[in-house]
Write a protein that binds this ligand. Structure first.
Ligand code: SF4
Ligand code: SF4
Length: 180
């Protein structure tokens, strides 16, 4: 009885091995999908989820579509994003004089609205799980995955990325005054 059981177990194991070899053999005959990096690089990265990047305005490649609504900051489960809203521009001497005159006349001085754009956009890639919630919830489509597949560093601080500077660099634009 014992010998028969052992025989049956051997047959089952052999059958499992044949099934495994069938799968392996099938894959062996298919065309190769991997490349021998660094001798070769992947040609099409369209579906690659690289670190996030800002999407530029169609008419100004150095400016993001971002309206600084902070939605991405609130939906990110890992606290990767820090976005600061731009402040209103400094009033000109004429505008300051007009505001003083309005105050003296007991009126409310007109204030310049702050532009709907970020002044800082920092992304900590070392915390990011690439879940995509920020990009999916952005109301203006200002976040996308980059094709930066070869981003490496030995220090986690190097993954704290300034996405506004990255956008300007991609557009070949100079940094704004005071940030050179
Ligand atoms: S992809 Fe996910 S984890 Fe990464 S910044 Fe966006 S919301 Fe946060
Ligand atoms: S990237 Fe989109 S969601 Fe995030 S602050 Fe800008 S507009 Fe809002």
């Amino acid at each position: 009885m014992q010998a028969i059981r052992r025989k049956l177990k051997d047959i089952t194991n052999l059958w499992s091995m044949v099934k495994g070899l069938k799968v392996t053999g099938g894959q062996f005959l298919k065309p190769q999908v991997t490349v021998h990096y660094p001798r070769q690089e992947v040609a099409n990265l369209a579906s690659f989820r690289g670190p996030l990047q800002l999407v530029a305005k169609p008419k100004d490649p150095a400016k993001p579509k971002c309206i600084a609504c902070l939605m991405c900051v609130s939906v990110c489960p890992s606290g990767c994003l820090t976005v600061l809203k731009a402040k209103p521009p400094k009033p000109t001497p004429e505008e300051e004089a007009a505001a003083r005159a309005a105050l003296e006349a007991g009126e409310k001085p007109a204030k310049k609205p702050a532009p709907k754009e970020p002044s800082r956009f920092i992304y900590d890639y070392s915390l990011c799980s690439l879940c995509g919630l920020c990009a999916e919830n952005c109301p203006v489509g200002s976040l996308s995955y980059s094709e930066n597949i070869y981003l490496t560093a030995t220090d986690a601080k190097a993954f704290k990325l300034d996405l506004l500077a990255d956008l300007r660099a991609r557009a070949g634009a100079a940094p704004p005054a005071g940030e050179e």
